[in-house]
Design a protein around this ligand. Structure first.
Ligand code: GAR
Length: 218
């Protein structure tokens, strides 16, 4: 990893007002779970007032599972292939989130498109992190696409999840330069470093909006 890579972000997480009681969140993840881990770390250090109620993953071998086990966070593996209809798969996820009483659903590397049925159940209460400066490079190969397209700048975005994929209202973005020497691995690492910064901020901002009923009238 390029150690000289630095970032500026303001305000710092510590400058935000705190949540009391803690914001109850549910994580949806399909992969390694480094964003999930960052949330666990910040929460354990008391730097963000979230209670991670449950991790839901659609992959039985996803790295995020071990992270949940280590942090003693309840988790559930819900695989689409175990259901005959997409709606039944989503009902299982919805019921789990409701049972754990989550206020905010955080897609942290969730690689499955959710239907309008799902979105309606948590309208304005689902956020997603994506490795590009949306609206550029939507979809599942955003980092690769930005390199192949010769972009000089990229980054990451957190947005509310709405019906059109990777198109909901933006909460926060962070940008970085793509260097000549960057490849998929180095660029992914740089983007993830920024993701680990903007996801906690975005959870905090989304939490304020939800707690103040702002999104109800939006
Ligand atoms: C993150 O880079 C996130 O932006 C991306 O998956 C990665 C998960 O990393 N999400 C998408 O591409 C969604 N379209 P993690 O499992 O280490 O947190």
């Amino acid at each position: 990893m390029d150690k000289s890579f630095n970032y500026i972000i303001s305000p710092e997480l510590s400058e935000y007002k705190r949540f009391s009681p803690k914001l109850k969140i549910g994580i949806l993840a399909s992969g390694k779970g480094t964003n999930f881990q960052e949330l666990i770390n910040l929460s354990q250090k008391g730097e963000i007032d979230i209670e991670i109620k449950v991790l839901i993953t659609n992959k039985e071998d996803a790295g995020c599972i071990k992270r949940a086990e280590n942090a003693e966070i309840p988790y559930k593996i819900i695989r689409a292939k175990d259901f005959s209809k997409k709606e039944s798969f989503e009902v299982e996820i919805i019921n789990t989130l409701i049972n754990y009483d989550v206020e905010l659903v955080v897609m942290a590397g969730w690689m499955k498109i959710v239907s309008p049925f799902f979105i309606n159940k948590f309208r304005n209460k689902i956020i997603n992190i994506h490795p590009s400066l949306l609206p550029a490079y939507k979809g599942g190969s955003a980092i690769k696409d930005s390199i192949l397209n010769g972009s000089k700048i990229t980054g990451c975005s957190v947005h509310f999840v709405e019906e059109e994929v990777d198109s909901g209202s933006l909460i926060m973005q962070a940008a970085l330069s793509i260097e000549e020497k960057d490849d998929l691995v180095s660029l992914s690492q740089k983007i993830q470093k920024l993701e680990h910064k903007i996801l906690p901020h975005s959870i905090t901002l989304a939490g304020f909006l939800i707690r103040n009923d702002f999104m109800e009238s939006y």
